[in-house]
Design a protein around this ligand. Structure first.
Ligand SMILES: Nc1ncnc2c1ncn2[C@@H]1O[C@H](COP(=O)(O)OP(=O)(O)OP(=O)(O)O)[C@@H](O)[C@H]1O
Length: 223
C-alpha cells in the first residue's frame, strides 16, 4: 500500500505503432523521457497525435511496441507491472461505480488493499475536495464537477506515487474545470504525487511544470 518510494518513471527509446489495414501506423518513435515524483507534466498535441496512447504506456497499462518503461521503486529499477497498485487514474468520463455512494466509491481502493479505517480516510478525502456534505450521494445525484472531485479523492486516497489523468476537465464547464484543476494540482502537491495529464486546454497545460508536445511522431519537451 505504501507508494512513498516510487521516485521516477522512465521511458527508454519507446516507439509505438498500430497495424491498420495491414499497414503499420507509427504514432511516435525514440522517446526518452523521465517523470519525477512530485512534478506535474502535461501531454499536449493535435487530435490523433497519440497523447492517450502515451499516457497508457507511461502508466504501464499498455506495453510499447519497442523500447521499455521502467520505474524506480525503493531505489531499484523495476518493470511497471510491479508498481501498478501504486498508481492512480482519473478519466474524462469519471468512471465511478454508479450503485455506490461517493463515500463507498472513495473507500473502495482502500478496502481492496485491506486498510482498516477505510471509511474515515475516505471521508477526510471527500472533505478535502469540498464534498464533505455529499457523502451518501450516488454519482448520478452529483454534478459533473462533483463527480470528478470524487474521482480525484478516489485516485489519491491510497497515496499513489503518480496520478495519470486523461482529459480530466474535458467534460466540464469552464468554472467547474477551473475548480477541478485547482483541486487536482493542489492535492497532488500535498501528497507529493507526480501528475501526468493529457489535455487540449492550454490553460490547464500551462499549470504543469513540464509540457510534452506530441506532433508528427515526435515529442517536444516545451518546458
Ligand atoms: N488499439 C488501437 N488500434 C489501432 N489504432 C489505434 C488504437 N488505439 C489508438 N489508435 C490510433 O492511434 C491514434 C492515436 O490515438 P490516441 O487516442 O492516442 O490519440 P490522442 O492524441 O489522444 O487523440 P485525441 O486528442 O483525439 O483524444 C489514433 O489515430 C487512433 O485511432
Amino acid at each position: 500500500m505504501d507508494a512513498k518510494y516510487i521516485s521516477h518513471i522512465e521511458l527508454h527509446e519507446v516507439a509505438h505503432s498500430f497495424v491498420m489495414n495491414e499497414e503499420e501506423v507509427l504514432l511516435f518513435n525514440d522517446l526518452n523521457l523521465l517523470l519525477s515524483r512530485g512534478s506535474a507534466y502535461a501531454i499536449t498535441g493535435p487530435s490523433g497525435a497519440g497523447k492517450s496512447s502515451l499516457l497508457m504506456l507511461m502508466s504501464g497499462l499498455e506495453q510499447p511496441s519497442q523500447g521499455r518503461v521502467s520505474a524506480s521503486f525503493e531505489g531499484q529499477h523495476t518493470g511497471m507491472q510491479d508498481v501498478r497498485e501504486h498508481i492512480g487514474f482519473i478519466f474524462q468520463q469519471f468512471h465511478l461505480l454508479p450503485e455506490l455512494s461517493a463515500l463507498a466509491n472513495v473507500a473502495l481502493p482502500l478496502k481492496l488493499r485491506g486498510v482498516k479505517d477505510a471509511e474515515a480516510k475516505a471521508k477526510s478525502w471527500l472533505a478535502k475536495v469540498g464534498l464533505g456534505h455529499r457523502l451518501t450521494h450516488k454519482p448520478k445525484q452529483l454534478s459533473g464537477g462533483e463527480q470528478q472531485r470524487v474521482a480525484i479523492a478516489r485516485a489519491l486516497v491510497f497515496e499513489p506515487g503518480f496520478i495519470f489523468a486523461d482529459e480530466p476537465t474535458g467534460n466540464l464547464d469552464a468554472k467547474s474545470a477551473a475548480d477541478v484543476a485547482d483541486i487536482l494540482f493542489s492535492c497532488c502537491k500535498e501528497n507529493g504525487a507526480g501528475l501526468v495529464l493529457v489535455t487540449h486546454s492550454d490553460a490547464l497545460a500551462a499549470r504543469a511544470e513540464h509540457v510534452f508536445r506530441l506532433a508528427n511522431g515526435a515529442c517536444h519537451v516545451e518546458k
